[in-house]
Design a protein around this ligand. Structure first.
Ligand code: C2O
Ligand code: CU
Ligand code: CU
Length: 502
């Protein structure tokens, strides 16, 4: 604020500025790199629930509300215990949790615990809808190790619109391994949750879910990145290192994350927990549904921006797809400046990242007793599509059907799941109720940051990715779990299947 400005003048001025910056030009938004990062990032409240007779109980309410993304402008949104997104739910390995989820919305919804091993009846997928006014109370034991997971609506055919509106949040699981590691762990200070999304705002500040035919194909992406629901935010850095818990909570955008000065960082955890050892890198591809924890070094007084860069020379550029493949892929990967880091005059020193993080079980495909193939296909493009030809969004030729169970898997058996992408777009493939391991991509070993526990894996056009999969804890011959593309428009359009564990 300039010294002789009143607060009100300042607010009016900055609202006008924000709206002009975002909507005053015909340039694509990512070209407007000159506007400043002037809002401290929102840090979601931590919610550790309450312990009742040894059970950790959470009270969650799905609600609609208004959110001020731009100063002085109210946008209709949905959230969990708030107007947009939800609290960071914090729990420990080995304990039993219970959620009382009340749906105060006017529409049916669900809440799915993405990444967790749990009974099918508690999964929160399309088979566990919560009616308006209803309360759903799943309870289960936490089997997963220390990790960054998440929760979101999984309503049949409406996951995309409901997540877009804001029905999502982060989960942090702690355990003895995370307690003992000398890594940044002060929430909101040196251990920062960052939910990365983008939303398409109109000039009046509204962000309705209005997917065109093209959006249904390509997935809904936005013109404004939101970080924990904050537009153009900054993070104050007071320590020499930050641990960032990154969650791609976008409907469709794949972020290729890098810092504006190209600095390297280490990834310490993937979807399901710590890597065996830190993986040094300077670019991190994060697709919808995926999480990564990274540790970044800072020096005093500096400013640096976390960006989503073009995928560039990465593999899978639509080979064999003809024209259009590369174009579709480029569209999946918007270029944005996401969040600025502002280091203080003096930074508190922190310990070096340990060389060894966790003991990961050794994997070998000789353990596998069965191989299943999952062929991901999407509708034909252009004229074929106009003629209604070329099928829909399918897995093994089938679009999701609530009453069809596609696969039956035996408890505790190790299997190889081969995911084959026959289309022109990248599909992040997600499996419920498990943390799997990557065997290979087209026969090549996964990079070090993909060598750990995963529940969502990027599959490039034309690629075959082999996973080692096992379901360890629960059987239920009646109720299925899901596997699907985590581009929410593709999931809603049918690129999803069901399996039971028996
Ligand atoms: Cu993140 Cu089936 O969901
Ligand atoms: Cu899931
Ligand atoms: Cu997809």
């Amino acid at each position: 604020m300039k010294p002789n400005q009143t607060r009100r003048e300042f607010l009016l001025g900055s609202t006008a500025l924000a709206l002009t910056l975002f909507f005053g030009s015909r340039e694509p938004l990512h070209a407007q790199s000159s506007s400043s990062f002037d809002t401290p990032v929102a840090i979601p409240p931590e919610d550790g629930g309450t312990l009742v007779d040894g059970v950790r109980e959470f009270t969650l309410s799905l609600q609609s509300g208004k959110t001020e993304f731009f100063e002085g402008v109210q946008t209709d949104t949905m959230g969990i215990n708030g107007s947009y997104l939800g609290p960071v739910l914090r729990m420990r390995t080995g304990e039993t949790v219970r959620f009382d989820v009340t749906n105060t919305l006017a529409i049916e919804s669900t809440l799915h615990w993405h990444g967790l091993n749990l009974p099918a009846s508690t999964d929160g997928g399309p088979h566990q809808p919560i009616e308006p006014g209803g309360t759903w109370s799943p309870s289960f034991k936490i089997h997963d190790v220390a990790s960054t997971m998440w929760y979101h609506s999984h309503q049949l055919h409406q996951t995309a619109s409901q997540v877009w509106a804001g029905l999502a949040g982060m989960i942090i699981i702690d355990d003895e391994v995370s307690d003992d590691l000398d890594i940044p762990s002060t929430y909101g200070v040196d251990d920062i949750p960052l939910v990365l999304q983008d939303r398409r705002f109109n000039r009046d500040g509204s962000m309705p879910y209005e997917a065109s035919m093209h959006d249904e194909m390509a997935g809904m992406s936005g013109n404004v990145p939101l970080i924990n629901g904050t537009v153009r935010p900054y993070v104050d850095v007071s320590t020499e290192k930050l641990r960032l818990r990154l969650l791609n909570g976008a409907n469709a955008s794949i972020y290729n994350l890098a810092f504006s000065d190209g600095r390297s960082f280490v990834q310490i955890a993937s979807d399901g927990g710590f890597l065996g050892q830190p993986a040094e890198m300077s670019e991190l591809l994060l697709a919808p549904g995926e999480r990564a924890e990274i540790i970044v070094d800072f020096t005093q007084n500096e400013r640096v921006i976390l960006e989503s860069k073009a995928l560039g020379g990465r593999r899978g550029g639509g080979q064999g797809m003809g024209m259009g493949g590369g174009m579709m892929m480029a569209e999946q990967n918007p270029q944005f400046q996401l969040v600025e880091f502002r280091a203080a005059d003096t930074l508190e020193p922190l310990a070096e990242v340990p060389d060894k993080l966790a003991e990961l079980p050794r994997i070998s495909e000789t353990q596998a007793t069965k191989t299943r193939e999952f062929l991901l296909e999407m509708p034909g493009m252009g004229p074929l599509r106009m003629l209604g030809m070329g099928g829909g969004f399918t897995i093994n030729g089938n679009a999701m059907k609530m009453r069809r169970v596609d696969e039956v898997v035996k408890l505790g058996e190790t299997e190889i799941w081969e995911i084959v992408n026959a289309g022109p777009m990248i599909h992040p493939f997600h499996i419920h109720n498990t943390q799997f391991r990557l065997l290979d991509r087209d026969g090549l070993l996964p990079g070090p940051n993909e060598a750990g526990l995963k529940d969502t894996v990027v599959v490039f056009p034309g690629e075959r990715v082999r996973l080692l999969v096992r379901f360890d804890h629960y059987t239920d011959p009646e109720r299925p779990y899901m596997y699907h593309c985590h581009i929410l428009e593709h999931e809603d359009a049918g690129m999803m299947g069901q399996f039971t564990v028996v």
